[in-house]
Design a protein around this ligand. Structure first.
Ligand code: GCU
Length: 610
């Protein structure tokens, strides 16, 4: 009995099958990190033969998993051993980077792919704990280090980390990662989207080192209702975190505040100061904010500004602002596939500023952290979005938890970024009771995590009292958002561009209005009469007529046309025009500007600030 009990306990210690990820570590940008980027080995595993035995039982739930379990990175012990895989002699793939754009045979691949990275590791003397940190991995990720399961993460666009302190060694570590990008009805997003399902370790992977009792989380923001007050909190993680001294220092403001954590290692604070130079579009001032304990110190670059609404105005530092925007998908402008680098972000934001934008909508999921950190530095406002897209499984409790977890990870990562002003809950979701409850709960959750930003969602417009020439927003969620946003495609999906001249709008909500999408497809270089769809002239005409219509809609405080650059989508299959690309970009997939780019640029040039 005793022996069985003991082996049972060893089993439990050894295999914690359904570990979720540890609580997310904030601001890894400025922490001691060892990159694991570079060449990894990989095995394509559509039947998940490296994960399940022939009875479809997961190897990592077994007391003594078979050698054929890929996470063991098995090697034959003698000439007669039967091992039917070998990472070392398998092909290599780069991390970060989606697999679709790296291997022609993987362009359309949806399924499991295994990664393996072997590495040595020299810990920093002063720091005692190590975590493996993934900036993103699409979609379901299971992580193993040296044959031990660390945990599972679900969601393709937000960071996660697992502690490896007692597992990592100085030499011969092997990190095995199973990534499965199959689309799921109960997923977030669900089965159908209008973007490419790029799979894999799409962003950086690194080892983060921290003190034994480290600074896990903090929020340091200007109070929304007092622009002379900085408030927030610091949370520690470790075994000795209660009644600990925490120093908050903002040298340029002459602030040095001593704080003491409570029994849970948490402390909130308020600091009154009249000397702040507010972060603004013209002057995006960032302060070095340093948090120090007796074990470690972390510095962040934080801008202080307020973003509020008053009637139908959006106020940045109490001054009305008009959001001259553009929507962006996370595709690299420099190579094929998902964007992930600072250079990718630089190019996309440079194009947006060349267009005359002061605002970008990062559709339809959280983009990489470079985008928001660069926007902080450049003075560009940002809409970030949770991938609750189209018709997800509103009644499924796990689906809600998944959506909430992804939103939580996004807010944890970006809640100190001054450029981020809007958290968007969803895009083009149906007005049905289950969705209304789902989004209402999600919005309350977002506000509980961060009460300093505005909540919105890309809603849909409809005929007013059945009249197709009068449009309105009739959606209960419109009563819950701070900013009323909606997509409209009059002239593309709904009639032709001249229809814009026949439509009037009735918007009853006393809120700022953003038009989160409009646009038309055009193949760069295809020219003809403006009545010919897919020509640049058609798209140009749609922009001219739509901008005239929008300029006449009361309460509109800005918009973000669809979209900056053509992007891959399996839905777009018209030969010689789309060929697997959505052509609504103002710039082609090979970086060439279309005529409509200059129409919008001219409009923004002439748009006087309110
Ligand atoms: C929708 C949707 C986008 C899509 C666009 C289009 O509004 O939000 O994700 O790409 O329309 O049809 O091109």
């Amino acid at each position: 009995m005793k022996k069985e009990f003991l082996s049972g306990m060893i089993f439990l210690l050894f295999y914690c099958p359904m570990l979720s990820q540890d609580e997310l570590i904030i601001n890894v940008y400025n922490r001691t990190a060892t990159s694991l980027n570079g060449s990894w080995k990989y095995i394509i595993d559509p039947y998940e033969n490296g994960y399940y035995n022939y009875r479809y039982e997961p190897f990592d739930q077994q007391e003594t998993p078979w050698a054929s379990a890929f996470f063991l990175n098995s090697k034959p012990k003698n000439d007669s051993d039967l091992i039917e895989y070998d990472f070392e002699t398998s092909d290599s793939i780069n991390v970060p980077g989606d697999w679709n754009s790296q291997k022609p045979e993987l362009l359309y691949y949806e399924g499991t792919l295994w990664y393996m990275k072997s590495f040595n590791f020299k810990a920093s003397d002063a720091l005692a704990r190590q975590f493996v940190y993934f900036e993103a991995s699409n979609y379901k990720t299971e992580v193993y280090l040296n044959g031990k399961k660390l945990g599972v993460h679900i969601g393709g666009f937000t960071p996660f980390n697992f502690e490896i302190t007692n597992i990592i060694k100085e030499t011969s570590n092997f990190l095995v990662v199973k990534v499965d990008n199959k689309r799921l009805k109960e997923g977030i997003p669900t089965l159908n989207t209008d973007w490419w399902n790029y799979g894999g370790l799409t962003r950086d992977v690194k080892i983060i080192e921290t003190a034994s009792n480290f600074i896990k989380d903090y929020s340091i923001q200007l109070s929304p209702d007092d622009s002379n007050k900085i408030n927030g909190y610091v949370t520690l993680n470790g075994n000795d975190i209660s009644n600990k001294k925490v120093q908050l220092k903002i040298s340029e403001l002459g602030i040095e505040k001593e704080l003491i954590t409570n029994n849970e290692g948490h402390v909130s604070f308020e600091i009154i100061t009249n000397d702040i130079e507010y972060w603004s579009l013209e002057n995006p001032v960032l302060y070095n904010v340093t948090i120090t304990t007796n074990e470690e110190s972390v510095t962040d670059q934080i801008g202080f500004r307020t973003i509020t609404t008053k009637g139908s105005q959006i106020l940045l530092n109490d001054k009305p602002v008009y959001l001259k925007g553009i929507s962006i998908h996370e595709e690299s402008p420099l190579r094929d596939g998902r964007g992930y680098s600072e250079e990718d972000a630089e190019q996309l934001l440079d194009w947006a500023q060349e267009l005359g934008c002061n605002y970008v909508r990062l559709a339809h999921y959280p983009h990489n952290e470079h985008m928001v950190r660069l926007a902080d530095q450049k003075g560009i406002l940002i809409w970030e979005e949770n991938p609750v897209y189209w018709t997800i499984s509103w009644d499924n409790k796990d689906t809600y938890k998944n959506a909430e977890n992804q939103l939580s990870e996004l807010i944890t990562r970006d809640k100190n970024r001054s450029s981020v002003i809007i958290w968007s809950m969803a895009n083009e979701t149906p007005n049905v009771p289950a969705r209304n409850q789902f989004l209402s709960k999600l919005a309350s959750f977002a506000r509980s995590k961060d009460n300093t930003r505005l909540i919105s969602a890309a809603l849909e417009q409809k005929n007013y009292q059945g009249n197709p020439l009068v449009r309105t927003i009739d959606d209960p969620f419109a009563d819950e958002v701070d900013v009323l946003s909606f997509n409209q495609y009059i002239g593309w999906y709904d009639g032709l561009p001249e229809k814009c001249e026949t439509i009037t709008w009735i918007i009853k909500q006393d809120k700022p209005v953003l038009i989160s999408e409009f646009g038309a497809g055009a193949k760069h270089g295809l020219h003809g009469d403006k009545g010919v769809r897919w020509t640049e002239e058609f798209q140009e005409d749609l922009y001219i007529k739509t901008l005239n219509m929008i300029d006449g809609i009361e309460k509109v405080q800005g918009f973000s046309p669809w979209i900056l650059v053509d992007f891959r989508s399996p839905r777009r299959v018209l030969p010689k025009i789309q060929d697997g690309w959505n052509r609504k970009g103002l710039i082609s997939d090979d970086g060439k500007k279309k005529k409509a780019f200059f129409v919008l640029q001219d409009f923004y040039e002439k748009k006087k600030h309110p």
